[in-house]
Write a new protein. Structure first.
Length: 161
């Protein structure tokens, strides 16, 4: 039995340790917001947070996330930043087909948690691993900047701290 902390709840999985996290989420936990895209960590549709970092779940074995905090699209809205990002997606009418958007939101929240006022280059870099076949990239940038405008300036980390 493998225990995982998903969206603040401990869940047990009777799965082999090498089963990808994506399949544990979708097939066993019935959290279908995280999508299967390519199965090779190239498209970003399967992005979740592992200890706050945007991570591709389609190639990540569940044994690698034991003892870590996993947040999915179903849980990210429980945080103020996640909620603000989801609202910005709606306000900017980002989604077209919507398939990639859960992964896009997860990557955006990860970016904004570290960089409250990202430049266009920062946004491009953070979002580059997320593919949107509908081409909603300009609206994604608008949504990220909308959220950034509401965030306080983040103080740089002190050296030696």
């Amino acid at each position: 039995m493998i225990k995982l902390n998903i969206n603040g709840k401990v869940m047990q999985f009777d799965l082999a340790p090498d089963v990808p996290l994506l399949w544990a989420l979708r097939d066993v936990a019935h959290m279908t917001g995280t999508k299967f895209g390519c199965g090779m960590a190239l498209c970003g549709a399967c992005t979740v947070h592992v200890n706050g970092e945007a991570t591709r779940s389609c190639v990540l074995p569940i044994s690698a996330v034991v003892g870590k905090k996993i947040t999915t699209i179903e849980g990210v809205g429980a945080t103020p930043l996640g909620r603000a990002t989801q609202q910005a997606w709606l306000d900017a009418e980002v989604a077209q087909c919507g398939y990639c958007q859960s992964g896009q939101i997860m990557s955006a929240v990860s970016l904004l948690s570290k960089n409250h006022h990202p430049s266009d280059a920062d946004i491009d870099n953070a979002m580059s691993g997320n593919v949107c076949r509908c081409g909603s990239y300009p609206r994604i940038r608008v949504a990220i900047k909308q959220v950034a405008m509401t965030l306080p300036a983040k103080k740089p980390a002190r050296k030696g701290a």
